[in-house]
Design a protein around this ligand. Sequence first.
Ligand code: GDP
Length: 310
Amino acid sequence: MFNTLSDRLTATFKNIKGKGRLSESDINATIRDIRMALLDADVATTVVRHFTSRVRERALGAEVSKALNPGQQVVKIVNEELVQILGGQTRPLTLAKRPPTVIMLAGLQGSGKTTFAGKLARRLRDEGHFPVLVAADLQRPNAVTQLEVVAERAGVPCFAPERGNEGGAAQGAEGTTSYGDPVWVAQAGVGQARVRQYDVVIVDTAGRLAVDEALMKQAADIREAIQPDEVLFVIDAMIGQAAIETALAFQQGVDFTGVVLSKLDGDARGGAALSVASVTGRPIMYSSTGEGVKDIEVFHPDRMASRILD
Ligand code: GDP
């Protein structure tokens, strides 16, 4: 991902890197190239506008540096501003002072939530935690089984409702399937984790193919019921411009504390996903880079910026 963007920016910088002097028109031309490269990579227009105006302002006002020539200084400014767009600091997972830490996952169907649940659980297990997965995605017939498979692969337990054996089913709550009411299942799962002394509970929730009110209400109800320490919004980096709209809808509907960029191993343009932190003000915390249980990385804005500008 980001190869094209990276190539374009590198080519732009090649023109100015060795220059001992940069005129205002050199700077303007560079910024024009950067703007086009970002827009072509699907970075949100509001983000591009803010980014280029910051770079321009700083580049024109840049102090004379002994260590860097003017071209290198512009590259440094672009790097620093890109880090800001990507959220600034690395944001580690918040662990509850009194376990269990409750992590809720939200996002569209197919975004990679279930896969990510397994990866995060495995990673936490490897770090010495005792995580458990809770299957509160009761929308698709297969989702519960899929999470059980993922849990097995990750080597962690999974709390899943038994068919026809839950409180919510009898009440016929909205979103109820033969598995029962997802809010009830999520709450019961967290309760069980507490009793059995697991220290991290990862709750997988239902997604739909597009944002809709029932989906948002269900996710908001689950959030209200389980009071998670983190709500991670999983977004498929390959969905292009729709990423921004989707992120804003989830922010309004459920709100979230952090973002997971999934499918970063793909070769789409991905710039929209890079805009999500800037547009929502929520940090990108992880990236998901494949279908395997170990294909997960903590997201470091500075490393991602360097990777893009390398
Ligand atoms: P959910 O509906 O949000 O739970 O999404 P899933 O976890 O079921 O993922 C949907 C599809 O995307 C599955 O075929 C996954 O194997 C695939 N997938 C998930 N994460 C990644 C990733 O990081 N990279 C790639 N290449 N595929 C992924």
